[in-house]
Ligand binder design. Structure first.
Ligand SMILES: C[S@@+](CC[C@H](N)C(=O)[O-])C[C@H]1O[C@@H](n2cnc3c(N)ncnc32)[C@H](O)[C@@H]1O
Length: 235
């Protein structure tokens, strides 16, 4: 009898709701991060709508549990006719290179199966013909053939959420041909690695800017975690 009550409580209530700490982590701490992301997506929606038309793709590099893909759909579906493309190994992080060593990163961490990702996004309301998933590690999956199959349509939004320097480098090189005036690039992990500009997404971006002095960007919104830039054209 007692065990049945405990089981019912457990099945009906998520585990985090059982302690004060759990409730704070979920309702205040985790929710704060989600609200910051919503701010970024709504800022992009306003920017692209005011500067319309900026047609094309919503690209997301780092899809995991579909939190940001669903946010993208929530914020963009009523204003724009994007095709949503999620790029991920769906096997988690690659081997952690020397340059990306930090205790929180481990090979295989953040693995989330492709079918589960797709189901989660479709269950959220995105029509199946609006979603594409590209499986594989970026150094192998971001090929010239894939690029040719997606062009000439350009990207409206490029959301980079793959944590590591080594993962961000091939992404930035591959997206150059998808830039159009108004494309917004977001780095979700800008302040990882203690915010060090010589590590992580910041290092990849700084090197990319040096390799491509012909590309002009304007700084856009930032949060405690993310930074974003607007492509404004060629020199
Ligand atoms: C922090 S998670 C993304 C979270 C996701 N945007 C969300 O909101 O649920 C990082 C993702 O990047 C992927 N990833 C990191 N490096 C990668 C690489 N080199 N190739 C492919 N996927 C990679 C991981 O598999 C993981 O799913």
């Amino acid at each position: 009898m007692f065990l049945n009550i405990v089981r019912k409580l457990r099945d009906g209530l998520p585990l985090w709701a059982l302690t004060r700490k759990g409730r704070w982590i979920r309702r205040e701490y985790w929710q704060f991060g989600q609200d910051q992301r919503s701010f970024v997506f709504m800022s992009i929606a306003r920017f692209l709508h005011i500067n319309r038309p900026v047609p094309g793709y919503y690209f997301e590099f780092g899809c995991n549990e579909a939190n940001t893909m669903r946010k993208a759909w929530d914020h963009f579906q009523h204003l724009f006719d994007f095709t949503y493309v999620g790029f991920d190994s769906f096997e988690g992080l690659p081997e952690i290179a020397e340059v990306d060593q930090q205790p929180i990163w481990e090979k295989g961490k953040l693995a989330f199966a492709e079918e589960r990702f797709i189901k989660r996004v479709l269950d959220h309301g995105m029509p199946v013909d609006k979603l594409m998933a590209v499986k594989g590690f970026y150094d192998a999956s971001l090929t010239a053939d894939l690029k040719a199959s997606l062009l000439p349509t350009k990207a409206a939004v490029i959301y980079i959420d793959c944590d590591l320097y080594v993962s961000t480098v091939p992404v930035l090189e591959w997206i150059v041909d998808f830039l159009q005036v108004g494309t917004v690039i977001v780095f979700d992990d800008w302040y990882c690695f203690h915010g060090d500009p010589q590590r992580g997404e910041q290092l990849a971006w700084n090197e990319f800017m040096q390799r491509h002095p012909e590309l002009r960007f304007s700084e856009f919104v930032r949060t405690n975690e993310a930074a974003s830039f607007i492509f404004v054209g060629h020199q």
